[in-house]
Design a protein around this ligand. Structure first.
Ligand code: NDP
Ligand code: MG
Length: 397
């Protein structure tokens, strides 16, 4: 038996790990019942790596979303039987392909929303790493999956942990879910300490090796804020039942407390190959390449409350999760735009969250909104951040 997989964003950190996992699953290391066949891959501009991946996996389709690189890609894979698709809509095309068992969404940002929605409409099994679409349009996306008979399997390590821990009881028996966070590079910092943080310091995550956007999100704790909203939709949980706990060792990936007071936690090495593999092999578990946990080597597991003063993003995340509607679209888009400005060296680290908060304050949030209204709110927030980054000297780096 073969499971057919399309990977949206195969050249990123998650995408590359997914290919390593699939190679291992197909190798003799693993007792095989199932083979994993890659039918489509995508990248935005990393055409060399995409071509190399195509040569290795021989997919039927490769999509390059930045059409400027299409000619180069055609040159590089011209001798393969792989069809090249190009432009932003090519992501939707591979998300909708017939006969695909799992669509792994690993592009970065809300730009992945149309493709994941398209796959959801087709009733596909979605292995979701790309959290931003769930933040922006969680209500619409989860409703679409329900209506079309599809499935969502979380890849984000915390949500994979919760998904696994939830299997210990019925949904109504859950009293709360607790998302853990390493605390990022500035866990112990005060507000004063983070005023002059450099790009290099913000990119130095103590535990996880990830793409640049999520690494900055981890430093501001926007990542955890986005994950609160992600959890709210993935598990249909009221925000009041979601908590965040700092756990610097990153061994307990999240916990679920049931009504009787008992808590089920999921533990493992901090290695994204583990949740990626779980989503691909679900409901089975097989031996893989993920590192094994040796608790005697870890020694101590510690937990502390998050510092909401330093990490204002986290409080904002809870507020936005409660507000719903366009607020989450603005929250996410303002962050994407501000992180882009910070990565380009144009604004200060602390300006990221200031810009997000400014946008939220200016925005008149609406609930029960259409996709068009969400996209409008998203576009407005991006314009607003770019304008402020240009015009306000005080936030400049
Ligand atoms: P990366 O930046 O490493 O990779 C992003 C991928 O998306 C690349 O394949 C990139 O192509 C592609 N991409 C970039 N811009 C566009 C665009 N405009 N249109 C289409 N595709 C685009 O990100 P990560 O792998 O770190 O993260 C991916 C997603 O997974 C994010 O949503 C993140 O929050 C989530 N996630 C990541 C974790 C991790 O460990 N990295 C952990 C948990 C969740 P190209 O290479 O050509 O630029
Ligand atoms: Mg996570």
């Amino acid at each position: 038996m073969a499971k057919k997989i399309a990977i949206l964003g195969s050249t990123g950190s998650i995408g590359k790990n997914a290919l390593r996992v699939i190679d291992a699953l197909n190798s003799s290391l693993v007792k095989k019942k199932t083979q994993y066949e890659i039918v489509a891959l995508s990248a935005h501009s990393n055409v060399e790596l995409l071509a190399e991946q195509a040569r290795h996996c021989k997919p039927s389709f490769v999509a390059i979303t930045n059409a400027d690189y299409a000619a180069r890609l055609r040159e590089l894979v011209g001798d393969l039987e792989t069809q090249v698709l190009a432009g932003p809509d090519s992501l939707i095309e591979i998300a909708e392909l017939g006969g695909v068992d799992i669509v792994l969404t690993a592009v970065v940002g809300a730009v992945g929303l149309p493709a994941v929605l398209a796959a959801a409409r087709k009733g596909r099994t979605l292995a979701i790493a790309n959290k931003e679409p769930l933040v922006v349009a969680g209500e619409l996306l989860t409703r679409t999956v329900k209506e079309s008979g599809g499935t969502i399997l979380p890849v984000d390590s915390e949500h994979s942990a919760i998904f696994q821990a939830m299997q210990a009881g019925a949904r109504e028996e859950v009293s709360k879910i607790i998302l853990t966070t390493s605390g990022g590079p500035f866990r112990k910092a005060t507000i004063a300490d983070i005023q002059n943080v450099t790009l290099e310091e913000a990119l130095a995550h103590p535990v996880w090796d990830m793409g640049p956007k999520i690494t900055i999100d981890s430093a501001t704790m926007m990542n955890k804020a986005l994950e609160v909203i992600e959890a709210r939709w993935l598990f249909d949980m009221p925000v009041e039942k979601i908590e965040v706990l700092v756990h610097p060792e990153s061994i307990v990936h999240s916990l679920v407390e049931f009504v009787d007071g008992l808590v089920i936690a999921q533990l493992g090495e901090p290695d994204m190959c583990l949740p990626i593999q779980y989503a691909l092999t679900y409901p089975s578990r097989v031996r893989g390449i993920g590192k094994r946990l040796r608790l005697e080597e870890v020694g101590k597991l510690t937990f502390e409350k998050p510092n909401l003063e330093t990490f204002r993003a986290l409080s904002l995340g809870f507020e936005v999760a409660r507000a719903g509607g366009t607020a989450a679209a603005v929250f996410n888009a303002a962050n994407e735009a501000a992180v882009r400005e910070f990565l380009a060296g144009r604004i200060k680290f602390v300006s990221i969250v200031e810009l997000i908060e400014d946008c939220l304050n200016k925005h008149k949030a609406r609930t029960s909104v259409s996709l068009e209204e969400l996209l409008e709110a998203d576009a407005w927030a991006r314009r607003e951040v770019e304008k402020r980054a240009r015009e306000h000297k005080s936030i400049r780096a």
